[in-house]
Every structure is written in structure tokens, then in C-alpha cells.
Design a protein around this ligand. Structure first.
Ligand SMILES: *[C@@H]1O[C@H](CO)[C@@H](O)[C@H](O)[C@H]1NC(C)=O
Length: 304
């Protein structure tokens, strides 16, 4: 009995893939409204002092959006990110579970913290394959919108043109920075989640109810915040590198030097508030969706 309680469940990368996709959808459902608000506040027309401003702040913007457009107004434009985030989280959870499976010496033996961290790192390696080109294209489009000139008609046009003009290397420009950003942060992300979930779930309940709501939400939320805390500085470097004109930077160290010279250390934490406000609820929802889906899949197909 005691042994049975300690035994960890058999890991199924396939189920983790599907459940990860559900988690990704939940991440977006919880996170997208805050993103809509952020973008509306960022882009509302500047009023001169006597004029009427559309939104006076975050809360005002939420209230006006919901009263004019209903709750669905907060979910405008969710299609495109959904098509990216759900597959990304599916691949991420797949990589994580594959890492766990590869390191599991014998069934039922618990993984060490280092092994869990390394499994999370593997998730970061897996997602980079799609995240690196995705980020390169996204950042180029985001910057072009703010600078007013349209070089690319959209994501597909951007990808084809990069590929035709300079080959696959150009599409994958920034891959090393994406790895630096995502490998250790994913390791920490998954380790934090597993560690806190276990820590917060009372010993006796671990085998009986693998789903304890507060533990999952708190562990997921904190994991999300920690992920961003260590991922944001390399993220700032990556965005700068991926959107810079060719030849502007000789290498990564060069980007770091430039950011530090122009803005100091706080330049590495740009966009901090918007990101952190969103990270807790989004990742709490992500892990909840993941755990519920995994439980459902285990119930539907126990032997898979
Ligand atoms: C972790 O942080 C990186 C940003 O730097 C972000 O792209 C990624 O989506 C985050 N992961 C999760 C699950 O929030």
C-alpha cells in the first residue's frame, strides 16, 4: 500500500500531448482578455489634455469593453494565437513527458528534482523548433506595424519572403537566443510546478485525489511567473536581435552590450507588468486544463 502510494503513474507522451493542447487552450482563454485590454490601452488614440480619453485605465477599459461588446469582446482576435499556443503547449508537455519517460529507470520509481528539471529542458528544446521561426516572424510583423511601413502582408508572406530571399537560416534567425530563453526557463517551469503541487498536496491525498484544485492553481501560477522572470531578459535580447537590420549586431553579446549601454539593467525587464499580470491566471488555467484532460484520458483509455 505504502509503495503503491509512492508509485508515480506511468507516463504516456501521447496523452500528455493531447492534454497539453487542452492546457494551451485554457492558457489562452484565461490570458487573452488581459492581452486585449493591454493592446487597447496601448493603442487608444492619444487625447490632448482637455479631450475625452476613451479609457482611463485597466479597470475602466475592462468595464467599457464588457458593457459595450459583452464578455466576448475580450476574446476578439483569439483565433491566431490559439492556432499557435495550443500546438506549442502540446509539444511542450509531450517533450516534458518524454524526458520523464526516458529517465525513468524502473516503473514506479520517483524522479529526482534534477531529472524533472532536465525533462522540462527537453520540452524547451522541442518547442524551439516551432517557436524560433514563429517568434522571428511575429516580432518582424509587430515592429513593422508600429513603424508604419508595411513590408510584409502577413505571417505567411513574411515566412515565404524570408525563405526565398535568404534561405532557411534567415527563418531560423535567433534560434540560439530562443534556446537560451526557453530551455532553462522550461526546466524551471515544470520543476516548480511538480515540486509545488506535491508540496501543497497533503501526503495522504496524493494517491486518492491527484487533483487538488488550490494546489494545481497555485503551483501553476507561480511556475508561470518564475518562467517569465528568468525568460524575460533573454526575450528582450532575442526580440532586438530578430528585428535588427542584418549586420547590426555581431553576436548575442553585442546585443546585450547595446541594451545595457542604452537602457541599463532595467532595459532587460521591459514589458514586465503586462507580462506578469497575465502569467499567473494564464498558467494556473493551463495546468488545470492539462490535469483535468489527462485525468479524463486516463479514465477513457487506461492502458494507452
Ligand atoms: C515562458 O516564457 C517565455 C517568454 O519569455 C514565453 O514565450 C513562454 O510562453 C512562457 N511559457 C509559458 C508556459 O508561459
Amino acid at each position: 500500500m505504502a509503495e503503491g502510494q509512492l508509485a508515480s503513474e506511468r507516463v504516456s507522451p501521447l496523452k500528455n500531448f493531447v492534454a497539453g493542447g487542452v492546457g494551451g487552450a485554457c492558457l489562452l482563454l484565461a490570458g487573452h482578455p488581459l492581452d486585449t485590454i493591454k493592446v487597447r490601452l496601448q493603442t487608444q488614440p492619444k487625447a490632448s489634455c482637455s479631450q475625452y480619453v476613451l479609457y482611463t485605465g485597466t479597470y475602466d477599459c475592462i468595464r467599457k469593453t464588457v458593457s459595450r461588446e459583452g464578455v466576448l469582446g475580450l476574446y476578439k482576435g483569439m483565433g491566431a494565437p490559439l492556432a499557435g499556443v495550443a500546438p506549442m503547449m502540446a509539444i511542450s508537455f509531450f517533450g516534458f513527458s518524454l524526458g520523464k519517460q526516458l529517465q525513468q529507470a524502473e516503473n514506479g520509481k520517483r524522479l529526482t528534482h534534477t531529472q524533472i528539471f532536465l525533462s522540462g529542458c527537453l520540452a524547451g528544446v522541442f518547442t524551439t523548433v516551432i517557436v524560433a521561426p514563429g517568434e522571428r516572424i511575429k516580432c518582424l510583423l509587430q515592429v513593422q506595424a508600429s513603424s508604419g511601413q508595411s513590408r510584409y502582408a502577413g505571417p505567411l508572406d513574411c515566412a515565404t519572403r524570408l525563405y526565398k530571399e535568404q534561405g532557411i537560416r534567415s527563418v531560423y534567425k535567433g534560434t540560439v537566443l530562443t534556446l537560451i530563453r526557453d530551455v532553462p526557463s522550461n526546466g524551471l517551469y515544470f520543476l516548480t510546478y511538480e515540486y509545488l503541487k506535491n508540496f501543497l498536496t497533503p501526503e495522504g491525498q496524493r494517491s486518492k485525489t491527484p487533483l487538488t484544485l488550490p494546489a494545481i492553481l497555485l503551483a501553476g501560477g507561480i511556475a508561470g511567473i518564475l518562467n517569465w522572470t528568468i525568460a524575460l531578459p533573454p526575450d528582450v535580447l532575442k526580440s532586438n536581435f530578430q528585428t535588427a537590420a542584418d549586420g547590426k549586431y555581431r553576436g548575442l553579446v553585442d546585443v546585450l552590450r547595446m541594451v545595457l549601454r542604452e537602457e541599463g539593467p532595467k532595459g532587460l525587464y521591459k514589458g514586465f507588468n503586462a507580462v506578469f499580470l497575465r502569467a499567473f491566471p494564464a498558467n494556473a488555467a493551463c495546468f488545470l486544463g492539462f490535469e483535468v484532460a489527462l485525468k479524463g484520458l486516463n479514465w477513457l483509455a487506461p492502458s494507452l
